[in-house]
Design a protein around this ligand. Structure first.
Ligand SMILES: [Zn+2]
Ligand SMILES: [Zn+2]
Length: 265
């Protein structure tokens, strides 16, 4: 937690994350150069769409990097278990360490993670109690950036007036069509892939179940009091201030919930 950097040594994960960073870099570099700046210079748009594009892009990369290097909720080697909470802890049969219920052992990372949702190769990290909020922000801003890119690609051809002053010496203008086709292709893939994931993530928080719990169906036999959605989301994001749910530039503080009110599986 905090400013500590959690680094997972997994070359396969680095490749997956490298692909995501490539898509982000490609669009952040080329879309303003090909579409936004030329149309702004010719008076077809204001400066606001440029600012918005860079802002969404910044939120996207910050949530990606932070989700990737944040500690997802790794259990310490010798955790101090309060006497009143002992019944809510169990022994992991893989690493032989005590952990609170709802934790899961990640075989990729080699340790237990509190309220683990899943291991995500695209961020090369586990998604657990302490970085789930950053993962949700990443899904949200990736969808926003992909949709914005697709709208701009569409507007460039079918809505904006054609550009007059084009500097044909520049690489981007000579390969404009190919660059925009690649951007559209990547935008559709990202939007399609992330939308399904984001929907299942939101449903998981509404029902207060992690992806692992849903897949193992272990919660069906256990009757838990149904929490209101505001509470389950507040617990994930560590704040009841809804505006802060969208801000990746902050530190998450776990909400103080009495242990007997917290859900255990
Ligand atoms: Zn373990
Ligand atoms: Zn993991």
């Amino acid at each position: 937690m905090g400013l500590q950097i959690h680094f997972v040594f997994d070359p396969q994960g680095w490749c997956c994350m490298g692909m995501i960073i490539f898509v982000w870099l490609y669009n952040t570099l080329f879309i303003p150069q090909i579409i936004l700046f030329p149309h702004y210079e010719e008076g077809h748009t204001s400066a606001a769409p440029i600012l918005c594009y860079y802002l969404v892009s910044l939120f996207c990369i910050v949530s990606l990097l932070r989700a990737s290097i944040a500690d997802p909720g790794k259990l310490p080697e010798r955790p101090k278990i309060p006497l009143t909470e002992q019944e809510f802890w169990e022994l992991c049969n893989k690493c032989n360490m005590m952990r609170p219920k709802r934790s899961h052992h990640c075989s990729r990372c080699g340790h237990c993670v509190r309220r683990m949702d899943h291991h995500c190769p695209w961020i090369n990290n586990c998604v657990g109690e302490d970085n789930h909020w950053l993962f949700l922000q990443l899904c949200f801003y990736t969808q926003l950036l992909s949709s914005y890119t697709l709208i701009l690609d569409f507007c460039h051809y079918y809505y904006f007036l054609p550009l007059k002053k084009v500097n044909w010496d520049l690489f981007v203008f000579r390969h404009e069509l190919a660059l925009l086709r690649i951007s559209t292709f990547m935008g559709i893939i990202m939007l399609g892939g992330i939308s399904g994931l984001f929907y299942t993530q939101l449903m998981g928080i509404f029902t207060d179940m992690t992806t692992i719990e849903k897949m193992s169906n272990c919660c069906e036999e256990i009757s838990r009091p149904r929490k209101p959605w505001q509470q389950t989301f507040s617990e994930v994001f560590g704040t009841r201030w809804k505006i802060l749910w969208f801000i990746p530039f902050r530190q998450r503080q776990p909400l103080r919930i009495p242990y007997h009110f917290a859900n255990h599986v």
